[in-house]
Design a protein around this ligand. Structure first.
Ligand code: PLP
Length: 393
């Protein structure tokens, strides 16, 4: 079927469909590690790339390919490579473009492990990394060097909701011959398409919105062209970290309702953000849908909606954060995000508890910062839950 002219809601349901021999309406789970060759000549042709087909599941599998092609279509990309986790996807991008003597410019505020892996491991192999607030274009430009091979940004960023101008950063990266990769996990392909704004690579932890049901871990990279795609696939095939067919099936099932879930969750989030903004126990709220967000104009330009992730600061600091966590009842106290269920966490006492207070504050992880992933429950129930828990803070 030709998918070229389909709108998002149709694409998310139909992209990746296979013509299987029984006419299955869903993509079957090809739960196999290996594929029978017709004969020796066919085996040779497959390995030589003279014939299209499947060899071995780490290299490729029809269920996984269906997901890769579906997300590539939703991101308006050339092709995709799926991974066992979001972190495997992040590392494949690093490995594909970084090497001894190369330099990476990375958003200071990113998913924690995306930063620590650069500091802890890549430096051991002679890669240099500079972390800057990429919402500040002058800071990005100032960090670029002749050996900068990769600019890695996350927007909106975890957990500060800092937003980076993708188009402007793509221009700067390309001036220096660097590749721009964007972690689009928070926005989803429904709300933002970095490749259309000039990025070379977009990646997701599909654990979050794309799968959307908090029941699998996975990652995906989508590239703008064949050369970049080959570089990333080669890393996956060599290093492993491939997705498995069951993960791919679950993710394909989840993605069919992506826009419905994101629409409902962001409607809820808008109401919750307004509720929090006027609450006496709350110092400030950062949500891309509020006029008070420092990059509100940019958000309207580069995103089709504000999403459903909210950060807010409690006046009572660490203690108030813990009290809120211990008193929510409907909202689940858990890390991760992007599922149908609302999740809440307090970075200073949880995800970022291992950092010194000084380093934490430098990365804008303040004492009373709370991160809320708004789900698709009834918004009145969510607000009532927050109200009763905030009353105790
Ligand atoms: C969760 C997350 C990751 C890592 O993905 P995993 O699936 O947990 O490995 C990367 N980036 C962002 C923005 C995330 O939220």
């Amino acid at each position: 079927m030709n998918l070229d002219n389909l709108k998002f809601d149709s694409l998310q349901v139909h992209a990746g469909e296979l013509d299987d021999q029984f006419g299955s309406a869903t993509v079957p789970i090809y739960q196999t590690s290996t594929f029978r060759f017709r004969d020796a000549e066919a085996g040779r042709r497959l390995f030589m790339g003279e014939e299209q087909g499947y060899i071995y599941t780490r290299i490729g599998n029809p269920t996984i390919r269906a997901l890769e092609q579906a997300i590539a279509a939703l991101e308006h990309g050339h092709d995709g490579v799926a991974f066992s986790s979001g972190m495997a996807a992040v590392n494949a991008v690093y490995l594909a473009f970084l090497a001894h003597g190369k330099h990476v410019v990375c958003s200071a505020s990113v998913y924690g492990p995306s930063r620590t892996v650069l500091e802890k491991y890549y430096t051991q192999f002679g890669v240099e990394a500079t972390f800057v607030h990429t919402s500040d274009l002058e800071a990005v430009r100032g960090a670029m060097r002749d050996n900068t091979a990769l600019v890695y940004i996350e927007t909106p960023a975890n957990p500060t909701m800092e937003v980076t101008d993708i188009e402007a950063v793509a221009q700067i990266a390309h001036e220096y011959g660097a590749v721009l990769a964007v972690d689009n996990t928070f926005a989803t392909p429904y709300l933002q398409n970095p490749l259309l704004l000039g990025a070379d690579i977009v990646l997701h932890s599909v654990t979050k919105y794309i799968n959307g049901h908090a029941d699998i871990v996975g990652g995906i990279v989508v590239t703008k062209d064949e050369q970049t795609y080959k570089a990333v696939r080669s890393v996956m095939v060599s290093f492993g970290g491939n997705m498995d067919p069951h993960q791919a099936y679950m993710t394909l099932r989840g993605v069919k309702t992506l826009s419905l879930r994101v629409e409902k969750a962001q409607q809820n989030a808008m109401k919750i953000a307004r509720f929090l903004e006027q609450h006496p126990k709350v110092e400030w709220v950062k949500y891309p849908g509020l006029e008070s967000h420092p990059q509100y104009e940019l958000i309207k330009k580069q995103m089709r909606g504000p999403g459903a992730m909210i950060s807010f600061e409690l006046k009572g600091g660490i203690e108030a954060g813990k009290t809120l966590m211990d008193n929510v009842k409907l909202i689940i106290l858990a890390v991760s995000l992007g599922g149908v269920e609302s999740l809440i966490q307090h970075p200073a006492s949880m995800t970022h508890a291992g950092m010194s207070r000084e380093a934490r504050l430098k990365a804008d992880i303040t004492d009373g910062l709370v991160r809320l992933s708004v789900g698709i429950e009834d918004v009145d129930d969510l607000i009532a839950d927050l109200e009763q828990a905030l009353a105790k803070c």
